[in-house]
Design a protein around this ligand. Sequence first.
Ligand code: NAD
Length: 329
Amino acid sequence: MVHTPLGVGILGFGGLGQAMARMLRAKQEMRWIAVADKQGYAYRPAGLELDACQAAYAQGSVGHLEPVGVMSTQSIADLVAQAPEVEGYFLALPNLPNTFMAEVARQFIASGWRGVLVDALKRTSAVEQLLGLQDDLRQAGITYLTGCGATPGLLTAAAALAAQSYEEVLAVTITFGVGIANWEAYRATIREDIAHLPGYSVERAMGLSDAEVEALLDQTGGLLKLEHMEHADDILLELAGVCPRDRVTVGGVVDTRNPKKPLSTHVKLTGRTFEGRVSTHIFTLGDETSMAANVCGPALGYLKAGRRLWCQGHCGLLTSADVMPQFVR
Ligand code: NAD
């Protein structure tokens, strides 16, 4: 039996959106056919070319792509209305303000489109907003998988798996190291990380000009050291029944001037077995793997898993701790 590749759309064409498009080039089971950024969108059912889209984006927007690009100030709504062959979207959008992703979900619910949505959302309070849309998503025929990047995402799923050895999970500690050559390739990621620094908020980080971000990074030698972050791994593990959220801690170091990771990303899960022994499982990511590989790979795996659930009629909100991602060929 010949299967047609799944039609995939990417919303947001910054660091992660472009990395996802690059990853999709090697996949037979999926085809990248739609993209939107803040100023425009492009849709081509036969498949989009990464180089051409990047060239258009360098001029300001994928909307400049000839002949299929369209400039628009409501690019997501317009694309969703114009692109019936998209069966699943990866949301590589900034969650700035902190209500943005829930707003996008509401747009999808209102649009009448049915299919799979996957995000790499980070904040606990942002996931809580999506929980409020659970019933609306189900009724709209949308299978929405949230928190499906690296953390939350790959590491949350690893914690949910590691928990199986234990009768009680006592502590989950996630520590990430990210190295990127320059912050401008991942503006939203860095602004959202700055929002976790003492004295900052999402609003304040969102309001920073690029020059102000540069000045802050100059003061820290390009490093962002983050502790006790409001990270949705906690609520995702709580919802999955692994442990109460106050047993989950997340922190890390981001080097914005060096692609080498400042430390190895890992998750440590301590628990007590049914025999009463306390032990710790540790899952460490390879240092050579980039943030993009560890976010986009799992997100794509969750898109495939979400598609299978959708085909079985399972709609609503699910998380990276509920479902095992499926490897995409
Ligand atoms: P970026 O700043 O590089 O790109 C954002 C893109 O979104 C741009 O193309 C921009 O044009 C587009 N955009 C902005 N507003 C839009 C709108 N209203 N309509 C359509 N498009 C719009 O972002 P990034 O650094 O790639 O990060 C994307 C998201 O991924 C962030 O929210 C970040 O926190 C998240 N992230 C998650 C993880 C994880 O492990 N879970 C890791 C890294 C990043």
